[in-house]
Design a binder for this molecule. Sequence first.
Ligand code: ADP
Ligand code: MG
Length: 332
Amino acid sequence: MSEFAIIDRFFRDIGPQAGSAGIALGVGDDCALLTIPAGRQLAMSVDTLVAGRHFPDDAPAAELAWRALAVATSDLAAMGATPLAATLALTLPTADSEWLQGFSRGLHAALEAFDMALVGGDTTRGPLSLTVQVQGLVPQGQALLRSGARPGEHVFVSGCLGDARAALSLLRGELKPDGEQAAYLQQRFYRPAPRLSLGEALIGLASSAIDLSDGLVADLGHIAERSGIGARLYLDRLPLSEVLQQQVPRAQALRWAATGGDDYELCFTVPPSNVAKLPALAQQCDIRLTCIGEMVAGSGVRVLDAAGTAVDFSHSGYQHFSGQPGEDPANG
Ligand code: ADP
Ligand code: MG
């Protein structure tokens, strides 16, 4: 199969927005053309997943496609942006049509779920790797930045934390949950749900936001650093799923919740005057929202256990090229 046959068969203008007004030109020319409505800004982000580093070599193609788009789209959620379009740079060792079929199916499902169109890409031969770039629209000047947090604001997180780290142990054969629990964890790894409706609803309500890819302590650290202040985190308050609590001792579950990457939940800060609006928001977005700490003067993230003792997670958060040993989450 030629490069062009692959594009034609599997990647030509798919997704619900493909024919919409925002997509003036999709796949097939030298560039795609997007129309940005007045009063909006284009939010853009790119993420790469490499076989053997971010996912197992034999990972199912449809799951991989979902994960690649979800991981990239999660960055749009963290800015409060509404998805518009994506491009895909795909490097494949072989043109295996069964694999491509599965990949295209998973991609299509994710494009539908996030309401965006595939408007272009690049297809090359080499070791398996996927790069997805996403574009979204955000009200002019209102995107949720990492830099807007102030001392005295409350730190919230969506959903449950630590499941993706548990899924990694499952994929490595270190955990042996029953079928239902295994399916739950695998889904949390391969099918993260970008918190899009939450992100959009947080505009004008949250002062800063980030999506959790590196791990809570590391990612909240980015908010603290970019805002020029510190954060205090209460370990005991971290939301844990039933499955995670059943699979590992509480101390381990909390450590994974604090430092495990890949959860793709949103962490955000809220001024005290807006905190009362959160229960209605949680209901509207059908998601659990938990207050896990507060922003403080100073710098860094201080994690306190139930007894009020500081816990050191200073080597948490995965970094490529850091040369540090330690845990290697699926995505860095
Ligand atoms: P060029 O050489 O100008 O970069 P290509 O020959 O690589 O163009 O691609 C032809 C068209 O197909 C372009 O519009 C490109 O965006 C699109 N395309 C290539 N690969 C993919 C892919 N994996 N998914 C979606 N669109 C793709
Ligand atoms: Mg090209």
